[in-house]
Design a protein around this ligand. Structure first.
Ligand code: MGD
Ligand code: MGD
Ligand code: SF4
Ligand code: MO
Length: 743
C-alpha cells in the first residue's frame, strides 16, 4: 500500500531571502524541501539552508519538552512545573535584589518567529526589565542610530533599489554568503549580474575579496575600520569638484554647510594611507558615483561592527544624499509595508532621547534603549548595586555570538536565575535553570515581519502551520507573555494569558486609532494571527475594517499560497521623515561629535595584523551547525590569511595557527588565500561547539573555534555602543602546542 505524499507551500524563515519552498511530507515526515517556482516573490530561488527545514524539524537534539536543571542534571518537565520553577527563580531574584537585577538578552531569530516577534515588546513591558541586551548591538545599532537622528525613525533604513540602478557600491557586506541584509531581494547575486548585463557596474569595498567581490567589476581592498575616512574624502571631493547634486532633496535638508566644512579636513591624500587605498582610487570612485545615472551606496555589517560604525553608517547616507541618490529610483529608498511592523512590535519610543544614560560598570552609552552587548559579561560578574542576577534569554546565543564570549560563559554560570526560550541545549542555554522550548519552524505559521521592512517590493506571504506541535504545547507568544508577567511580579497561578493577550491587542488597536470592540468582533482569531490581521487591515492595502471594502485582510493571503505581490514602494522622503524639523538632518551633533576620535585614529601607526569576520552560505550565525547535510565537505572554521603574511610568519596551509588578542586565544587551521588584504585575517563567527554540557551532537563533531573569544567587549563604537568585531588587533603564531581551553 502506498501512502499519500502531501505538499505545502511556505516561506523559508531563515534569512531575508524569503524563499518560497514546497515541503513534501509523508506520514508526518518531511521527504523533501524544493524551491517554489510559482512563489510570486522568490520565483524559485533557494539556498542549501532552505532545503534543510525538515532536518531542523526532525533533529533529535531539538528540544520538545520544557527542561529543568537541578545542579548538573537536566530532566524533562511539564509546562506547569517549568513555569512554577520560573516563578520561584525569578521571584527569588526580585525579592533579594529588586527589578534592577533582572536582564533580558534577545536574539536575532526572534525576528523570524511568528509569535516571538509580535510579542517581544509586550514581554519587555510586562517584565519591567530595564537591562535590555540584544544582538542589535553586535549588528545594526549604528545604522539605527544614524537613521533615528537623520530621519527621525530608527527603522527607516534606506534599502538598495538594485533592480533599477546603474551602479552598486557595496561596503562591508557579502550577499554571496548572507543573501543580503537589511535588504530583502529575491536573489541579490542575480540582481548584481543583471545590473552588469545592462551595462551597470558593481564595486565592492571590503578587506576581503569576497564571493561578491569576485563577481564585481572592481574590488577595493580597504583596511578594516577606515571606511569613515574614505567616505569623508568622498564628501570632500564632491564639494571640491562641485559634484554635489541634491536633485529633489534640495530644500529638504538641514546641515549641508556643516557637512561641507567638516569634510574640509579629509582630502583623499590625507586618508589614502590610513585606508590602504590610493587617493586616485578614492577620487575615481567618488566621480563615478556622481556621474552615474543612478547609484546605490550600501553598507552592511562590516560597516556597523567596526570601530567607527556610526560615522560610516551615517556617511553612506550622506554620500547618497549629496549625489541625489536617496529616495529615488535606482538609489536607496524606503519600503511600503503591507503589514506595518512598528505598530506591532513596540520599538524604542520615538520621543525618548537616543542616549538613555551610561552603564553601571564601565560607563558605556545606553543608546536607543539597548545596553551594549559588550558590557553583558561585566554587568553580571561585577558585584554592586544593579548587578545582574537574573536573566531571560530569548533565541540568543551570546556565549558564541557576543564579544567577550569566554567571560560571558563564566558569568552565566554564576547567575541565580537563568531562563532560556530556545530550541537547543547549547553553549548559552546549558547555563539556564529552565529552558522553555519553542515549536519548530514547520510547527508555526510564518509571515515575515522584518524582511518586508527592508524590501522595495510590497507584498506578503502567509505560511500555515505544517505539523501540529506536541499535545499540550504552549505557544511561544504565550510563553513570553507569561514570563513577562512573572518578571513583572505576578504569581504564576494568577496569570490569565487570554486577558493579557486581549489587553495587548486592545492597546495596539488604540495605538492605530481603531476601536478595539470593532476590531475584536471582526477578528475571531487570537494571538499573533489576530495581530497580523490587524496590521494588514490598517496597512496601506488593508480593508480598514470595511472602510475600504476591496482592501486586504489576512484571509486574502490565506487564500493565496503562492503569495501576493503588490508592486513597488510608494514611500517618499515627504512621508517618511519624522524629525522635529521635518527635514533630513544631514549633520546630527551626536554623530559629528565622534569625528575627533577618527582623527586620533588616523594619527596612530596601523596595527600589524587585524582580524575581521565572515559569514558562510551553509551557516546561520551559531545555530545551524547541527544539520548534518550542511556540515559535509571541507572544514569551514578556518583563518583566511594572505600568502605574504603566511610566508612571513611561517604559517602553512591547513596547519593550526594560534590567534591571540587582548581578550583571548584560539587555535584554528590556516587557509592561505590571495583574496584578502595583507595584514588582515578573517574568521567566521558562530563556531566553538566543543563546550561540555551542550547537547548538539552534529555540531560538536565539527566544533571549530569561537572567534568571539578574541573580541574584547570594551571595544565599542562610541556613539552607538555597538560591538567592534571587525578590526581586532591580533598576533599569530604557527603550529602552537594545543592548550586545553584554547577551544
Ligand atoms: N564575531 C562576530 N560576531 C557576531 C557577528 C559577526 O559578524 N562577527 N554577527 C552578529 C550578528 S549580525 C548577529 S545577528 C548575532 C546573532 O547572535 P544571537 O542572536 O545571539 O544568536 P545566534 O547565534 O543567531 O543563535 C540563535 C539562537 O536562537 C536559537 N534558535 C534558533 N531558532 C530558534 C527558534 O525558532 N526559536 C527559538 N526560541 N530559538 C531559536 C538557537 O538555538 C540559538 O540559541 O551574532 C553577532 N555576532
Ligand atoms: N548564510 C548566512 N546568511 C546570513 C547570516 C549567516 O550567518 N549566514 N547572518 C544573517 C545576519 S544576522 C546578518 S546581520 C547578515 C549580514 O550580512 P552581510 O553584511 O552581508 O554579512 P557578511 O557576509 O558577514 O559580510 C560582512 C563583510 O564585511 C567585511 N568587513 C569587515 N570589516 C570591514 C570594514 O572595516 N570595512 C569594510 N568595508 N568591510 C569590512 C567582511 O570582510 C565581510 O566580507 O547576514 C544574514 N544572513
Ligand atoms: S536561508 Fe536560503 S532558502 Fe532560506 S530564505 Fe535564505 S536564501 Fe532562501
Ligand atoms: Mo545580524
Amino acid at each position: 500500500m502506498t501512502t499519500a505524499i502531501q505538499t505545502q507551500r511556505r516561506t523559508c524563515p531563515i534569512c531575508e531571502g524569503m524563499c518560497g519552498v514546497i515541503v513534501a511530507t509523508e506520514e508526518g515526515r518531511v521527504q523533501s524541501v524544493r524551491p517554489d517556482h510559482d512563489n510570486v516573490w522568490s520565483r524559485g530561488h533557494i539556498c542549501p539552508k532552505g532545503t534543510t527545514l525538515g532536518d531542523l524539524h526532525h533533529d533529535p537534539d531539538r528540544l520538545r519538552s520544557p527542561m529543568i536543571r537541578d545542579r548538573d542534571e537536566w530532566r524533562e518537565a511539564t509546562w506547569d512545573e517549568a513555569f512554577e520553577r520560573c516563578e520561584t527563580l525569578i521571584h527569588g531574584v526580585l525579592e533579594r535584589h529588586g527589578h534592577g537585577a533582572m536582564a533580558a538578552y534577545l536574539g536575532n531569530m526572534i525576528a523570524k518567529c511568528f509569535g516571538l516577534t509580535r510579542y517581544v515588546g509586550e514581554f519587555l513591558r510586562l517584565a519591567r526589565i530595564g537591562n535590555i541586551y540584544s544582538s542589535s548591538t553586535v549588528d545594526q545599532q549604528p545604522k539605527n542610530l544614524s537613521c533615528q537622528l537623520m530621519y527621525g525613525d530608527m527603522w527607516k533604513i534606506p534599502v538598495p533599489d538594485l533592480d533599477n540602478t546603474q551602479l552598486f557600491v557595496l561596503f562591508g557586506g557579502n550577499p554571496a554568503s548572507s543573501k543580503g541584509s537589511i535588504f530583502a531581494h529575491r536573489n541579490v547575486m542575480k540582481g548584481l549580474a543583471d545590473l552588469r548585463r545592462r551595462g551597470g557596474r558593481v564595486i565592492v569595498v571590503d578587506p576581503v575579496e569576497t564571493g561578491t567581490a569576485q563577481k564585481a567589476d572592481q574590488w577595493l581592498g580597504i583596511r578594516p575600520g577606515t571606511d569613515a575616512a574614505l567616505l569623508l574624502a568622498s564628501v570632500h571631493t564632491l564639494f571640491a569638484e562641485q559634484l554635489v547634486n541634491l536633485r529633489h532633496l534640495d530644500g529638504r535638508l538641514n546641515g549641508l554647510e556643516q557637512v561641507r566644512e567638516l569634510a574640509v579636513d579629509f582630502p583623499p591624500e590625507k586618508v589614502a594611507e590610513f585606508c590602504g587605498l590610493s587617493a586616485t582610487a578614492i577620487r575615481t570612485l567618488t566621480r563615478e558615483i556622481a556621474a552615474a545615472p543612478s547609484a546605490v551606496i550600501y553598507g552592511r555589517i562590516g560597516l556597523c561592527t567596526q570601530e567607527f560604525g556610526t560615522l560610516s553608517s551615517w556617511l553612506i547616507d550622506v554620500v547618497a544624499i549629496l549625489t541625489g541618490n536617496l529616495d529615488r529610483e535606482g538609489g536607496t529608498r524606503w519600503s511600503t509595508e503591507t503589514a506595518p511592523h512598528l505598530l506591532l512590535t513596540p520599538p524604542f519610543p520615538s520621543d525618548a532621547p537616543v542616549l538613555l544614560g551610561k552603564t553601571r560598570v564601565s560607563g558605556a552609552p545606553i543608546v536607543l534603549g539597548q545596553m551594549p552587548a559588550g558590557c553583558f559579561a561585566e554587568e553580571i560578574d561585577t558585584p554592586g548595586e544593579g548587578q545582574i542576577r537574573g536573566l531571560v534569554t530569548v533565541a540568543a546565543n551570546p556565549a558564541l555570538s557576543a564579544p567577550s564570549a569566554g567571560r560571558i560563559e563564566k558569568a552565566l554560570a554564576d547567575l541565580e536565575c537563568m531562563i532560556s526560550v530556545d530550541v537547543y541545549l547549547n553553549e548559552t542555554t546549558r547555563h539556564a535553570h529552565v529552558i522553555l522550548p519553542t515549536a519548530s519552524v514547520l510547527e508555526q505559521p510564518h509571515w515575515d515581519v522584518w524582511a518586508w521592512v527592508f524590501c522595495l517590493t510590497s507584498g506578503g506571504h502567509y505560511s500555515p502551520q505544517l505539523f501540529p506541535p506536541p499535545p499540550g504545547w504552549v505557544e511561544d507568544w504565550e510563553v513570553i507573555l507569561r514570563l513577562g508577567a512573572l518578571c513583572g511580579g505576578a504569581k504564576n497561578s494568577d496569570i490569565d494569558i487570554a486577558t493579557l493577550d486581549d489587553e495587548y491587542f486592545a492597546s495596539l488597536c488604540r495605538h492605530v486609532g481603531i476601536d478595539p470592540p470593532i476590531a475584536t468582533s471582526a477578528l475571531p482569531l487570537r494571538g499573533p494571527e489576530r495581530i497580523l490581521d490587524l496590521a494588514i487591515r490598517i496597512g496601506p492595502y488593508g480593508d480598514r475594517f470595511g472602510e475600504n471594502p476591496d482592501g486586504l485582510t489576512l484571509a486574502t493571503f490565506k487564500a493565496a499560497p503562492q503569495g501576493i505581490e503588490l508592486g513597488a514602494t510608494t514611500a517618499t522622503v515627504d512621508t517618511v521623515v519624522k524629525t522635529p524639523s521635518g527635514k533630513i538632518e544631514l549633520a546630527p551633533q551626536h554623530i559629528v561629535d565622534d569625528l575627533p576620535r577618527l582623527k586620533a585614529a588616523m594619527g596612530r601607526p596601523p596595527p600589524e595584523m587585524v582580524l575581521v569576520s565572515r559569514r558562510q552560505l551553509s551557516s546561520m550565525n551559531s545555530w545551524m551547525h547541527n544539520v548534518d547535510g550542511l556540515m559535509r565537505g571541507r572544514h569551514r572554521c578556518t583563518l583566511l590569511i594572505h600568502p605574504d603574511d603566511a610566508a612571513r610568519l611561517g604559517i602553512a596551509d591547513n596547519e593550526p595557527v594560534s590567534v591571540a588578542s587582548s581578550e583571548g586565544r584560539i587555535t584554528v587551521p590556516a587557509e592561505i588565500t590571495p583574496h584578502i588584504v595583507p595584514g588582515v585575517v578573517s574568521l567566521p563567527h558562530g563556531w566553538g561547539h566543543d563546550t561540555e554540557g551542550a547537547s548538539m551532537r552534529v555540531a560538536s563533531r565539527h566544533a571549530g573555534a569561537n572567534s568571539n573569544r578574541l573580541s574584547p567587549g570594551s571595544l565599542m563604537d562610541a556613539p552607538s555602543g555597538n560591538a567592534v568585531v571587525n578590526g581586532i588587533v591580533v598576533t599569530l603564531s604557527p603550529r602552537p602546542e594545543h592548550r586545553p581551553g584554547d577551544s
